[in-house]
Write a protein that binds this ligand. Structure first.
Ligand code: 5GP
Ligand code: MN
Length: 331
């Protein structure tokens, strides 16, 4: 950790703190944010969580969910004032201002100190305090480490522990990905000792599908999955009409790409979809195929070696053509 003693000294007196995380927050983003939120509040700081966009219903069970401020244009002035008047901005589970949409310019120009806690490659240099580790499986793992560095283990409540566990469980793919270390299992053991009911958290995240979502997955697998066996690539293209037809909500397409990757012999999987007026892409791979490099080179994106995402500024059909033309290089 860069400057832990400086951070400790800084947090010695009550501060105004804003916690933010990447757009379309997932369980790691929200769990890290709410975990840190409760911890810092417990220490007497005045804390707010602001997300750049909304997030899926299956995360709403987390303690503190109703306190989260979700950015939208009607709140822009109020949020700008908050960001300008805060003492510290905690940037969790992202490391570039492009990942927080309209909050990016506001955070970048704020005079507040910045704390970065993250596990993505190539962080931009904006933080005064930094806990960055690309070998960490989840930002939630690093929030746990941070709390220990701040001598706060005894202050971890069940609500904090559940939020952190949710981030760890999902970012490790339920303890399957390469990033799943012995250390993270030890962290989880400690979270269980604090009182996390792992079955409860798992059911809240994975077993609260809407019927629409399941029907959509069935449709996508049946009608939309394209397999390029020669290049070992499989992908889905989902358009705006399909989003409407299946009443898809934030989070409903999450996990779909993994079905494509699960096909025997497939090494790289993608989903290309029109969502909220933009074309968003998700990439997954096995082994040495670095999809983050591919995403950053061609689709203004990034992420991890085996899980990355990006955005296209072309319409959906032109994006698909571009993607198809790149497939032979995508190895
Ligand atoms: P997902 O496909 O689940 O949305 O994201 C997979 C990984 O890629 C996550 O680590 C996420 O942070 C990263 N990622 C997703 N979309 C983008 C993007 O547009 N830009 C960057 N830099 N990273 C992204
Ligand atoms: Mn993460």
């Amino acid at each position: 950790m860069k400057d832990i003693n400086a951070l400790k000294a800084f947090l010695d007196t009550p501060k105004k703190v804003i916690i933010t995380t990447h757009s379309n927050p997932d369980a790691d983003a929200l769990g890290s944010s709410l975990g840190l939120y409760h911890f810092l509040k417990g220490r007497g700081h005045d804390v707010d969580v602001i997300t750049p966009t909304d997030y899926p219903q299956f995360l709403h069970w987390m303690q503190g969910n109703e306190e989260v401020i979700v950015y939208d244009d009607t709140k822009a002035d109020r949020i700008k004032t908050m960001i300008n008047q805060t003492d510290l901005i905690c940037c969790l589970d992202f490391n570039g201002m492009g990942r927080i949409k309209s909050l990016g310019p506001l955070v970048a120009q704020s005079p507040a100190k910045k704390l970065l806690v993250d596990h993505h490659l190539n962080p931009e240099e904006f933080a005064d305090f930094e806990l960055w580790d690309k070998t960490a499986a989840a930002t939630a793992e690093l929030i746990y480490d941070l709390i220990l560095l701040l001598d706060g283990k005894e202050e971890i409540t069940v609500g904090i522990a559940e939020a952190l566990y949710a981030g760890i469980m999902t970012d490790t793919g339920s303890f399957k990905h390469n990033s799943t270390s012995a250390k993270i299992h030890r962290t989880v053991a400690e979270l269980m000792d604090i009182g996390v009911d792992i079955n409860r958290v798992s059911r809240l995240i994975y077993d609260t599908n809407s019927l629409n979502r399941l029907r959509f997955i069935g449709y996508a697998l049946m009608e939309k999955l394209v397999v390029d066996a020669e290049n070992k690539v499989a992908y889905f293209v989902i358009n705006a009409e399909e989003h409407e037809r299946f009443h898809l909500k934030s989070g409903d397409t999450e996990g779909l790409v993994n079905y494509a990757l699960s096909i025997q012999g497939i090494h790289i999987a993608a989903i290309i979809m029109e969502r909220n007026g933009e074309v968003k892409m998700s990439f997954r791979s096995v082994g040495n195929h670095a999809v983050n490099d591919f995403a950053s080179q061609y689709f203004s994106g990034g992420g991890h070696k085996n899980a990355a995402g990006g955005i296209s500024d072309l319409p959906l059909d032109e994006t698909v053509e571009k993607f198809k033309s790149l497939i032979p290089n995508f190895q």
